[in-house]
Design a protein around this ligand. Structure first.
Ligand code: NAP
Length: 280
């Protein structure tokens, strides 16, 4: 039986339309500040798409494009100013930062109430105890996809490939809170293929094209490909060998058009949540 393709693009459009509708009922527009330091072309693309998403949701958006020569002190001073602005609900600093800037210190400087990326240790703590106020965007987007397609992790064997702070770890936590039995694999896991093949829900967030082959997918599994890699031809692709996996999976996400758009939509939802919080 052919796998159902999880249409992240269509779902993201729906989420943003709902966010727009809810935002229109607030006394003022939710505001998102995006800081970009240096001229990483990929980061620039992300920043442009965030601006478009803000327009689509009727948000105020402000971009701060700083030169690569920006000092830590200058960056922290900008963040401090944004922390104190009443019209800005969310602040995000596009990573990676140029060499010489301390990423940890920058993330810690963002007011946790405006940390719409959910990277601040305070928000990570809330997430860990199962009381998140912001959903980490990428894993949150995955959970939204599962919910929409009627897939419950409860009682399921969930395997997450990758343990980064941005994707793998928060993904594992959200699946655990949704009552999945979760295994996390990483570069030191000796039997990853074997573990993956036991998964009812398999989430790959490694960043290696072709990592997940058809034999690593259990018959009927749900396959979520978070990765955004470039293949030899420069085309965007995930970790999963799509055609092989789709033959066995019950549901599968494409790349592009899967998790990526949902990540962006969840950022908008978090900004709306922050605005509601700030407006009391
Ligand atoms: P990352 O920080 O580089 O983490 C990669 C993880 O994969 C690490 O935990 C690493 O293990 C593990 N790993 C590396 N090689 C492995 C192997 N051969 N077998 C098993 N595990 C292995 O990357 P990330 O930021 O989490 O991103 C992962 C992917 O998701 C990338 O392709 C990225 O572009 C994509 N991404 C997509 C979105 C989206 O919106 N769709 C958002 C964020 C990221 P160790 O911890 O042992 O090193």
């Amino acid at each position: 039986m052919a796998a159902t393709i999880i249409d992240g693009k269509a779902l993201a459009t729906q989420v943003k339309a709902q966010v727009r509708e809810e935002a229109a009922g607030l006394p003022r527009k939710p505001g998102l500040a995006v800081i970009l330091v240096g001229d990483n072309p990929a980061s620039r693309v992300y920043v442009t798409s965030k601006r478009k998403d803000c327009e689509e949701c009727g948000f105020l958006s402000e971009e701060f494009a700083l030169p690569a020569t920006t000092t830590q002190k200058e960056l922290l001073s900008l963040i401090d100013g944004l922390n104190h602005r009443d019209d800005i609900d969310g602040i995000l600093c596009q990573l990676p930062l140029p060499q010489g800037l301390n990423e940890r210190e920058v993330l810690l400087a963002i007011d946790p109430a405006k940390d719409v990326d959910c990277f601040h240790p305070y928000n990570v703590g809330l997430l860990t105890i199962g009381e998140p106020r912001f959903q980490p965007c990428t894993p949150g987007g995955v959970m939204e996809m599962l919910k929409t397609y009627g897939i419950s992790p409860a009682g399921k064997r969930c395997v997450v490939l990758g343990r980064s702070n941005i994707v793998g770890k928060p993904m594992a936590l959200l699946l655990l809170h949704a009552h999945g039995t979760v295994t996390v694999c990483h570069s030191k896991t000796p039997n990853m293929a074997e573990l993956a093949a036991e998964a009812d829900i398999l989430v790959s967030a490694v960043g290696k094209t072709g990592l997940v082959t058809g034999d690593m997918v259990k018959e009927g599994a749900v396959v979520i490909d978070v990765a955004m890699n470039r293949n030899a031809a420069g085309k965007l692709c995930g970790d999963v060998c799509y055609a092989e996996a789709a033959e066995k999976a019950s549901f599968i996400t494409p790349v592009p058009g899967g998790v990526g758009p949902m990540t962006r939509a969840m950022l908008m939802r978090n900004t709306l949540t922050a605005a509601r919080m700030h407006l009391g």
